[in-house]
Design a binder for this molecule. Structure first.
Ligand code: PEP
Ligand code: MG
Length: 543
């Protein structure tokens, strides 16, 4: 039995077998191949195998998601046979005596960089496909499972770190817990773990990662961050009893379902759920969410290898609005950039991506992308009570441009005879100090604010939210952060604008009383936190 400790980001206990997440291509180094002819033969065999796999996947996709969506695998088959790409791999093997794996990896990187730097959106999107094909070929060459596959049984996933795009593409029904060696508690991977209601520990350290292997027994305590590898019977029994306690607590919290979020002195607030897509609606409803306070629409983009079309976005938004049956649904427009990177966007390298071309800045510099999303949103608006929210606002002029884009889309839809709702509320995220400081001006032009405390903490305290070394400094309870929240609430109410909080701090029950006294109208949290928050509100006073 061995003990390790990380930081618990979602409190629950998991006991199960380990599956170590491996990325293809990360361990391939430049080594001289002894026999280039033999490498060429291995390459040919791997290509044949990859091609057969793709044909099988294409058939499966056709029957499960339709021919149109399956086309991507046909494109992969064509790219696998692409002459320039194949020639480059062969040249690397013949002239540089590269191993087949190294040649595939190198050619894949070169071609994907070339696609990413093209002006055309369609060609940029092919960068991710080239990487996918390289990964598949490398798996065929090494005989390993496909891209980061973690097995088909329930397991505890252990990784060095997980990018948000990797996290969303995992089969969540099989992952009973996450443990990452690195990562920070405000990262989107941690947020996803909370949204998905699974225990997670981050920052477990390199030593942990080198100690675990596939099939090991592991206990993950998401409350404390404790990790027990290969537990003895007594320890396992102790944790099984703790799991039972968690279960009893959840049962007693479930008695709060249907009860109002009202303080002892009679102030009622709204408690909404944060979701990453239609998948999150069931948990929101199960936990009695009053609405959706933050639908992070970028996850629709992250889980694909190509931009979702207007139709695909419309279907997702309509689905969420319909299933929420008239409860408010606030959908945030694309918030890509920083830790949420998408290969097919072909974004240029930035030294400080958190201070870069992200979120609304990207929407405003790619009007077609923005227009497609706004059209899908307005078309879906007739199916429920929609709110549209813009992320990373820093100025009045950005909001004015967003409002103008909304008006333009509405005009277009009217001209085409397409219906949209007149009661869509427009809001912004207050997640930069600039937005909080000028919240008196911004409150005059929007219907609501939602305070993003994750980014507000990062930008106010100048602490990269991704960097685990800064956890000790990135204190979201810092007086500066709390004052900005209070100022935002005061300015919102002075102009009849409602104000909520959708960052992770909203779920921190040690601050519930403080937020109520500031006059916060809505708190939006990961679904599992709704009932504990309701309990905290009901035992607080607001005045
Ligand atoms: C925030 O910054 O607090 C927020 C809710 O947005 P995200 O975590 O997606 O950046
Ligand atoms: Mg944010």
């Amino acid at each position: 039995m061995k003990k390790f400790c990380g930081k618990g980001v979602y409190g629950a206990i998991a006991i199960g077998r380990v599956s170590v997440f491996s990325r293809q291509g990360t361990n391939i180094t430049q080594q001289k191949a002894e026999d280039p002819e033999q490498e060429l033969k291995r390459l040919a065999a791997a290509k044949a195998l990859a091609s057969a796999q793709l044909a099988e996947i294409y058939e499966k996709a056709c029957s499960e998601v339709g021919e149109e969506n399956a086309q991507i695998f046909e494109i992969h088959m064509m790219m696998l046979e692409d002459e320039d790409h194949s020639e480059r791999i062969e040249t690397l093997i013949r002239t540089e005596q590269a191993t087949a794996e190294y040649a595939v990896l190198t050619a894949g990187n070169e071609f994907s960089e070339m696609f990413a730097s093209m002006d055309d959106d369609y060609m940029q999107a092919r960068a991710a496909d080239v990487k996918d094909i390289s990964n598949r070929l490398i798996s065929c060459l090494t005989g390993s499972s496909e891209t980061g596959d973690a097995g088909s049984d329930m397991h505890i996933l252990c990784a060095d770190d997980l990018a948000p795009s990797e996290t969303v593409s995992l089969d969540k029904s099989l992952v009973v817990a996450f443990v990452t060696a690195f990562g920070s508690s405000n990262s989107h991977t941690a947020i996803l773990a909370r949204n998905m209601d699974i225990p997670a520990v981050i920052g477990a350290g390199e030593e942990f990662l080198s100690a675990v292997k596939d099939g090991d027994m592991l206990i993950v305590d998401g409350h404390t961050g404790d990790l027990i590898l290969d537990p003895d019977t007594e320890t396992e029994q102790f944790y099984r009893a703790r799991q039972e306690e968690d279960y009893c607590r959840a049962k007693s919290l479930s008695e709060l379902k249907g009860r109002p979020n009202i303080t002892k002195d009679g102030r009622e607030i709204r408690i909404y759920a944060n979701i990453g897509g239609p998948d999150g609606v069931d948990a929101a409803l199960e936990n009695d969410a009053g609405g959706i306070g933050l639908f992070r629409s970028e996850f629709l983009y992250l889980e694909r290898s190509d931009c979702p079309t207007e139709e695909q976005q419309f279907d997702a938004y309509k689905d969420v609005l319909t299933r929420m049956e008239g409860r408010q649904v606030i959908i945030r427009t694309l918030d890509i950039g920083a830790d949420k990177q998408i290969d097919y966007f072909g974004l240029k390298h930035e030294d400080n991506p958190a201070l870069g071309l992200r979120a609304v800045r990207l929407s405003l510099t790619r009007p077609e992308l923005f227009r497609t999303q706004l059209r899908a949103l307005y078309r879906a608006s007739v199916y429920g009570q929609l709110g549209i929210m813009f992320p990373m606002i820093t100025s009045v002029s950005e909001v004015e441009k967003c409002l103008a884009a909304c008006e333009e889309v509405k005009r277009e839809l009217s001209a085409e005879g397409i219906a949209y709702s007149d009661s869509v509320e427009i809001g912004i995220m207050v997640e930069t100090p600039a937005a909080a400081v000028i919240s008196d001006l911004l409150a005059q032009i929007v219907d609501f604010f939602s305070i993003g405390t994750n980014d507000l903490t990062q930008y106010t305290l100048a602490c990269d939210r991704q960097d685990p070394a800064l956890e000790a400094f990135a204190d979201p309870h810092h007086e500066a952060v709390l004052r900005l929240i209070e100022l935002t609430a005061k300015n919102a109410h002075a102009h009849d604008t409602w104000v909520g909080i959708c960052g992770e701090l909203a779920a921190d029950t040690s601050l519930t009383q403080t937020f109520l006294r500031m006059g916060i109208d809505e708190l939006s949290v990961s679904a599992p936190f709704i009932l504990p928050l309701r309990e905290a509100v009901r035992s607080s006073t607001a005045y």
